[in-house]
Design a protein around this ligand. Structure first.
Ligand code: GLU
Length: 305
């Protein structure tokens, strides 16, 4: 069972679309189920209409899914319960450190993990629970997972063997009480019975932390498959300067979805340049092994011109 897990923080662009197409193909080509989960808890960038827009974009591409769309903002109590369980079992602890305090305390100035500086462990063992931490400091605490290993090696379905370095205790519940992405995604993938998490490889560094959470919560992890990101023609992460690569822009310019899917298929090494096709037509003989190994350079490829 696979899943599409858009963060509806803006219109889906070529890169997201390619990842979703691959996640869909990987599951459907083996007769699997596909779930859709809107990861709409990513703070202020999420707009209320974003989930509906993501659904519209995915439908336009010709992707489908099974069952109801799961929306993370409706599941906050589940994440809270998981975080509380981690605290009760001594796997997570309240932390009142601010970002600037962490930066100051971090041993080497630029010992930065992908989430900012490595946490030096200041609040480890300081407070038994949230209420105590609040009362003692007058601050609203976050919850941090205690990492006692240096690495969680794992085998990625596309990227291969990974060392899985984990750097420092990481946040599982933010100061506002909302879950960190790491926790929400692990709780949801397990609750939904997801067996394959295919996503872009910018999330590779998150995976060891998620594996620690699965283990601590006694949940079975999915198989992780990280595919290369689509980057701009200059090799940099897709951004505004690369032109508008949102699906909406293609759609509004009158580009047929089959042309766009054909273009994505080309970026996946599945079709020659200029092809037109539907996702369904790519199912026969689909093989992840055909994917180019490095980052994929994509632009509007003249589809808008
Ligand atoms: N919502 C995340 C994103 O759009 C993906 C999370 C995941 O696949 O685990 O980047």
């Amino acid at each position: 069972m696979g899943r599409l897990a858009p963060s509806p923080t803006g219109a889906l662009h070529l890169g997201n679309a390619r990842t979703f197409l691959l996640a869909w193909l990987s599951a459907r080509s083996r007769g699997g189920t596909v779930l859709l989960r809107s990861e709409d808890i990513d703070g202020p960038r999420v707009k209320p209409e974003s989930t509906a827009q993501a659904i519209e974009d995915l439908r336009w591409l010709g992707l489908d899914w099974d069952g109801e769309v799961v929306v993370q903002s409706a599941r906050l109590d589940r994440y809270r319960a998981a975080a509380e369980r981690l605290v009760a079992e001594g796997r997570a602890y309240p932390c009142v450190c601010t970002r600037s305090e962490i930066e100051e305390a971090a041993s080497a100035p630029h010992e930065a993990g992908d989430d900012g500086p490595v946490y030096p462990g200041t609040c480890r063992g300081r407070f038994t629970d949230l209420a105590t931490a609040r009362a003692a400091t007058g601050r609203e605490p976050a919850l941090r997972f205690r990492v006692d290993v240096a690495a969680v090696p794992f085998d990625d379905g596309f990227a291969g063997a990974q060392q899985g370095r984990v750097r420092g205790d990481f946040v599982v519940q933010k100061r506002d009480g909302g879950p960190a992405y790491q926790l929400a995604v692990a709780v949801d993938d397990a609750a939904q019975g997801v067996t394959e998490a295919l996503r872009a490889d910018d999330l590779l560094p998150s995976t060891p932390r998620q594996l620690l959470l699965y283990d601590a919560l006694g949940l079975p992890p999915p198989r992780f498959v990280h595919v290369p990101l689509v980057v701009g023609v200059d090799g940099l992460r897709l951004a505004k300067r690369h032109g508008d690569t949102s699906l909406r822009a293609f759609r509004h310019a009158g580009v047929a979805s089959e042309r766009l899917v054909g273009h994505l298929a080309h970026l996946c090494g599945l079709r020659p340049r200029g092809a037109s096709c539907t996702p369904r037509e790519l199912l026969a003989g689909f093989d992840l092994g055909l994917l180019p190994r490095g980052p994929v350079r994509g632009d509007d490829h003249g589809l808008l011109g």
